[in-house]
Design a protein. Sequence first.
Length: 729
Amino acid sequence: MTTMENTMTTLDYSGLNGPQKEAVSYGEGPMLILAGAGSGKTRVITYRIGHLLEQGVKPWNILAVTFTNKAASEMRERVSNLTGGAGSGIWISTFHSFCAQFLRVEGEACGIARHYTIYDDDDQKRVVRECLRELNLDEKKNKPSFFVNRISREKDNLMDAGSFFVHASSSGDPNKENLAAVYTLYEKKLRLAGAFDFGDLLLKTVELLHSYPSLCQKYQGRFQYLLVDEYQDTNRAQYLLTKTLAAQHKNICVVGDDDQAIYSWRGADIKNILEFERDYANVKVIVLEQNYRSTQAILSAAWQLVRNNQSRKEKKLWSQRQSQEPICVQQLPNEVSEAHWVSQKVKELVDEQGAEYAECSVFYRTNAQSRVLEDAFRQQEIPYLLIGNVRFYERAEVKDLLAYLKLIANPKDDISLKRIINTPVRGIGKSTLETIGYYAQNRSISIYEAIKEGELASGFTGRAQNGLALFSSLIDDWIRRREELSVSNLVREIFSKTKMLETMQEEAKADLEASARLNNVQELLNACEEFEEKSEDKSLFAYLEQVSLSTGLDNADQKKKGVTLMTVHLAKGLEFANVFLTGLEEGLFPLGEAQFDNDEIEEERRLAYVGMTRAKDRLFLTSSASRRIFGQTHWNLPSRFIQEAGLIIEPLAGEFTDEDSLLSRNVSAPVLAEERSVYCVGQRVEHPLFGRGKVTLISGSGDHLKVSVSFDSGVWKKLLIKYAPLKRI
C-alpha cells in the first residue's frame, strides 16, 4: 500500500440521504444520476470519487469532467478535503482543459505543434474579418459574429472545413457556399498561425482518438471510471468524446438535469441525457429529488411550470424547508417602474428585514434589460455587481499585454502581432503592416517571420524601419528568455520596456478611465502571481492556457458586496436568498420567435425554471405592461409562465387608456359595439401596423373590451377594441 493510500480518510456517509448513498456506492457499469436543482449533485460526485478510492481504485484511473473552471476547482478542493489529499492524482477538469492538455501531450506525435495558441471569440472575429475582406464579402451584410457562431456549431457537430465544403458545394445554397468559403480560409489561417479555437480542442481530440487506435486504447485503458457533470449541456463532440473514453470499461457515471438544459443555442443537445439509456445496456438510474436550497413554495411553483414540457424525465423536487413567505408576482406599467419597484423592494429587504445586498440577485432574459435596473440602483445608491459585461480578460489594456505574451509564446500568431505591433505607437502604420502582410501571405509565412527577413525595410520610412527593428528586438529578447522569466516578471518587463507604464501613468493624472486601466494592469499582475503560487506548471504556456479557457463567471469578483445583476443563463449553478426574475412578458420571456416553436418554448420554460430555482427564501416575479424597445413602446401580455406556475398576476388598473392605446390618434372612428361582439378566440385579424394575427384572449366588455393578438410576425399585443383598427379576416 502506497503512502498516498495510507492517508486516505475513512468516509462518513451519514450526511447522505438514501438516493445519494445509492449513487455514491453503486459498483460497476453505466449510471445516470438525474439530479434536480439544489439536490447536492456535487456532493454526490465527490463522495463517489472518494468511495472509488476507498475501494482501491487508483487516482490516475479516474477522470471527472465538468463545464467551468470554477466548478472543476470546487470539485478538486472538495475531493481533497474529503479524502485527506488522497485524490490529488485524479484528473478533474473542464472538457476544454482536458482536450487542451491532451493535445499538448499527444498532439506533437500526430503533427500538432506543442505550443499552439488558443483563440478566443474576439480573436476569431478578427480572423473572420480578414477572410471576408479577402473573399470580397461585405462585412455589413456578413456579420463576423454569425460566421464565428456557425463555424463553432459545425465543429461541435464534428464537421471540419473539408467536410462542410463538400456538403455546401452540393447544396446549391449561396449562403452555405459563402460559409464554406469563409470556414475553409479561416481554418487555413489558424493552421498557419499555429492556433486553435475552442471548437478545435474538442474536434481535434476526437479526431486523434479515432485516427490513432493505440492512442485511443491507451486512454481507454487508463480511465477505468469516468464521471461527467452537467451532462444535459454536452454537445455532439463532448458526447462522442466521453463515449469513446468509456468504451472499454463502461464505468461511466453521468450527472445532470434535463429540466436545466438551457444551452441549445451553443450546441448542447438535450437528447444526450434523455437517450442515455439507449447508448448503454443495463443503466442504473437514480433520481435525486430532495432539494436543500429552496422553500417548498418555490419548488412547487417551479415544478408546476416545468411539468408542461414533454421532453423531460419525470421528477418532482421537494424540500423540508417550509415557509409562509409567498412568491410575489407584480405587474408594473413599464420597465422604468419595474426597475424602480425592484430597487425599492431590495431596499426594504435590507433595511427592514436584515438582508444583505449580496444575498439579492436580479435576473433578466436579455442584457439590454440591465440598463434601467442599473439606473434605478444608482439612484437608490444600492451597490451592485454586473455579471456578463466586459470580462476582465477582454479589457483592452489586458488584452494588449496578453497579446504580447501570446506572440512571445507563439511567434506565428499574426492576430496577436497585429494587435500590438503599434501599441504603443511606433510609427508602424496601416499601409506598412498591410505591405508586410501581403508579403507574408504570398510566401505562406507569418508576419513576424516576414519582419525578421528584413527584405521590405528599405521601402519603408525611417520611422517605420526603426519601429519594426525595436519591436522585433524586444520580442526576440523575450522569446529567448521566456523559459527563465516568470510570467509576472515578463508582464512587468513588457509593461515597462514598451513604455506602456509610463504612458498610462501620465494619462492617469488627468483621466479617471486611465487610472482604472492602470488598476486593471495591476490586477493582471496579481493574477499572474496567484497563478505562480498555485500552479505546478508555472510556464508561460500553462498560464496562457489557463487564461484562454477561463469564463465570465470564473472571473467574476464574488467578493464584492452588492446586488448581483445577470442574465438567467449566467445564473445557472448559483443560488441567492432573494431572487428577482424580471421581464416576464410574452415576446421577451419567452423570447420572440420561441413562442411558436415547441422545442424553443420548452427551453425557454426550462430557463424560467432555472431562474426560479436559484432562490432560497424569497422569489419575486415581475412583468411590465409596456416596454420601450428600439425607441418604440410595445404592449405585452404577462408571460404564460406565470400562469403555468400556478401563480396569479393582477393587471394594473388603468393599464390601457385612450392616451396609451396603439394608433389611437390615427383612427377616424371607433368600432361599432355590434362589431365588437363577434370576436372570438382563434379569430384571424389584420392590423395596419402589425399585420395579420390570431386572437388568443378576450377580456372586458363594452367600451372596455380588449383582445390579445398573436401576430404572425412574432409580436404579441393587447389592444382596446374601441380604438384598435382591427379587421376580421
